[in-house]
Ligand binder design. Structure first.
Ligand code: SF4
Length: 431
């Protein structure tokens, strides 16, 4: 079966028929450099507002923009070979196949940051993912190692929905209602928890305020830890992961108000804040928000016996309607362990779903959403950028390095290490 990139090109020339024959944006058939300076560009995040200070990518040389796929392949392989053990390439599950084929490690953001540590002698860590992932790799890697993001415009619209100034304002407004003193049980009034999918500055904020980082598979363990230390949790940036996890732990919805950073006091009353157990930041992933209960009903009608499995960044209604929910790694494991003939409808990013389908031809695997709509920012990593940064490294030129200042990295590391120290050990996976 074709890759998602190939399918999008077939759609563009009108040669893709039947299921998966439409895309949310025909601009996906263009090179990502056409969109590096305008919003998030085509794909699921196209309508999300891009912060004015979000990193932008300068123009990459014409020779890379105009190179054919075959030429880029030869150049990437040659540069990779020449750099040898000095280089490690990390590829996220949501990357296009045309990038994943060069990755030394394939995984979720946390697996990849950990994978980089298994190559302590690699001078260059080229992270084919998005900005917060490269930051985490920089925080966890040795100072001598350089982390490189092939396209600086590869951010994450969900991570960008919570930025440090708004979170600090929120923190101060919460303190004006709740105070800052511990209660008689030594629990602080509110404890911050950030999802791995967040800027380094927010991980640092958690480190400095007694908080912690979580992933999509250890969120429940992390929330339990947080409730032992805080009367409430401020959870950012993904409201859906927070809500789905807290609901599973038995917390009623009315004790999970949503904090809207664009409204005074988050749009909440002092009583709502006092009654809250989890205050959910108004963030979401536009990729996972596309999945609906109607899509699940349709899949069940067309494929009796289908197993519906979705990511916890989906809405609560979708998670409740699915047979199962879990991290990307859990989804992958379920598919691998299933007997031949199994049918899966999956609610996560399309590149990963299509790859699972290609790797398991003995099973029927399809994306819940029939419209091809990849993550706008993962899409920014294209072989042209990879060839460009690798050939530059070969010449001794370091492009697109992601560096987290130590003043931020140190407290961010504290929040990450609190998560790593949690017992019992979880499978510690993220999106
Ligand atoms: S899939 Fe969602 S959370 Fe992941 S990088 Fe894309 S926008 Fe961000």
């Amino acid at each position: 079966m074709a890759s998602i990139d190939q399918t999008i090109q077939l759609i563009r020339i009108g040669e893709q028929r039947g299921a998966g024959s439409s895309t949310c944006s025909s601009a996906l058939a263009e090179g990502p450099w056409e969109h590096d300076n305008e919003g998030y560009g085509p794909g699921a995040s196209i309508a999300d507002p891009l912060p004015s200070d979000a990193p932008r990518q300068g123009i990459i040389p014409r020779e890379y923009r105009n190179a054919t796929a075959a030429e880029l392949d030869l150049r990437i392989r040659a540069a990779k070979h020449a750099l040898g053990d000095r280089l490690v390439i990390l590829g996220h599950f949501y990357q296009r196949d045309e990038i994943v084929r060069y990755a030394d490690f394939l995984g979720d953001s946390f697996q990849l940051a950990q994978a980089a540590k298994t190559k302590p002698n690699a001078e260059y860590i080229v992270f084919c993912g998005v900005h917060f992932m490269a930051e985490t790799a920089d925080i966890l890697s040795r100072a001598e190692q350089a982390v490189i993001l092939p396209n600086l415009a590869a951010g994450c619209s969900m991570a960008d929905m919570a930025e440090i100034d708004s979170v600090t304002d929120c923190w101060e407004e919460l303190a004006s209602v709740l105070g800052t003193a511990s209660d008689g049980s030594d629990k602080q009034p509110v404890l911050p928890v950030t999802y791995m999918n967040s800027a380094a500055s927010l991980k640092a904020f958690c480190g400095e305020h007694g908080g912690v980082v979580c992933t999509s598979s250890n969120a429940e363990t992390v929330l339990q830890w947080a409730f032992e230390r805080g009367q409430r949790v401020l959870f950012f940036p993904d409201q859906h992961l927070g809500r789905n996890t807290a609901k599973k732990m038995g917390i009623p919805l009315e004790q999970m108000p949503v904090w809207d950073p664009n409204k005074p006091m988050g749009g909440l009353t002092p009583q709502q804040i006092r009654d809250a157990r989890v205050i959910l930041w108004h963030g979401f992933c536009s990729v996972h928000k596309r999945f609906t209960v109607d899509q699940i009903s349709f899949a069940r009608q067309r494929h009796p016996g289908v197993h519906v499995i979705v990511h916890p960044e989906c809405t609560m209604e979708v998670v409740d309607a699915a047979d199962e929910h879990g991290s990307t790694e859990l989804i992958k494991k379920r598919v691998e362990a299933a007997p031949a003939g199994s049918i899966f409808a999956i609610g996560t990013e399309i590149n990963m779903v299509q790859r699972l389908a290609n790797e398991h031809p003995d099973k029927t695997i399809f994306c819940l959403d029939s419209i091809i709509c990849p993550c706008s920012t993962m899409y920014r990593i294209h072989p042209s950028y990879l060839a460009w940064v690798l050939e530059s490294l070969e010449r001794g030129e370091l492009l697109n390095r992601i560096t987290v200042p130590e003043a931020i990295a140190a407290p961010a590391r504290v929040a990450l290490e609190r998560m790593l120290a949690l017992k019992p050990a979880t499978d510690r996976r993220s999106a």
